[in-house]
Design a protein around this ligand. Sequence first.
Ligand SMILES: Cc1ncc(COP(=O)(O)O)c(C=O)c1O
Length: 392
Amino acid sequence: MISAKIKNKLASGSAIRKMFEEGNRLKKIYGEDKVFDFSIGNPDLEPPVEVFDALKDLANNPIPGMHGYMSNSGYESTRAIIAKKRGDEAGMSIDAGAVCMTVGAACAMNDVLHSLLDDGDEVIVLAPFFMEYINYIENHNGKVVIVQTDDKFMPDFDAIEKAITNRTKAIIINSPNNPSGVVYNEEQLKKLNELLKKQDHVIQVISDEPYIDLIYDGLTVPAALKYIDNLIICFSWSKSLSLPGERIGYTLVSPRNEDYEDLTGAIVLSNRILGSVNAPAIWQRVIEKSIYAKVDVANYEHRRNLLYSNIVDAGFEAVKPSGALYIFMKTPDGLTDTQFQDICAKYNLLLVPGASFKREGYMRLAFCVSEQTIRNSREAFEKIAGELGIKK
Ligand SMILES: Cc1ncc(COP(=O)(O)O)c(C=O)c1O
């Protein structure tokens, strides 16, 4: 007999599974290129050449003991190079001890939340957000506190302040954001820090940064390390190096964090006791050799531009994403997300309703699909706008 907790979660996960099955059904009937499936956010670029060179080098020149157990925090040399890179970006000195290598960002967040939460402790999340946060928080008996962002998906500081209680342990931020693609600026990070520092207990900021390298229009993502003191970064190379299947990432505790000593130790222990023990050995070596490499970000930017044009040229509304892999378009007035989703499905256009990110009135479209699919979908957007009488 499985637990009631997981039974409930199995039942509530069925909406996304249904959409996935619907996509496959439509593709069988109409063909792959006639179904515009924007529902899945799977990075589709190949990793950069540096990754393959590093793998070849390791295969040709194996290091004795390279497949053995190691410290639960990972290789010192890998952590040192990450600490240097992040320190240089933020203009500060960071010790390798601040870093713990993890099995992707998902594991990083679980390690951090396990380290922070006593039963019933609260974690603030800013909607719209990546829904797995709910599982990550509940895995460690925490309570999810959802705070909506403003109409541009930026933090609403009054709403955050109202949501803080004496049980608030942390707030999760995610910039560039999944699903909205927005990037928080320096002022917003500073303001968040000020707001949290004036509370009478420590509130940690967990900065979930898997999209930090996917940034467009010549912008840079401000280093949260510069502006937020009680900061813990969760990073992965799932997107930056297109390695989601390899499961490699890290946590980094800011040297300015008031709980630095306790946190760095607790995260390494959590990494061990939650079952990953340490991050994959080979991938730590690969990262060390390709730390400054990135996927072809211009390719994603090009596809973002094409999909964004399809949406707004047809008369729909969306905040243009500055980063990540998604556009969060507005559901036309007078329709629920599900009604709009059904109309889109008639034209073989598959999108994820905002409820899946706790923000209704919007739909998420992932642009990590082929350029041809995006180009072919243009007509569908026009026809849907026509059916709904939307004016350009
Ligand atoms: C916002 C966000 N955080 C975390 C993750 C998990 O990333 P990883 O593959 O590194 O576990 C994802 C994956 O899509 C994500 O979108």
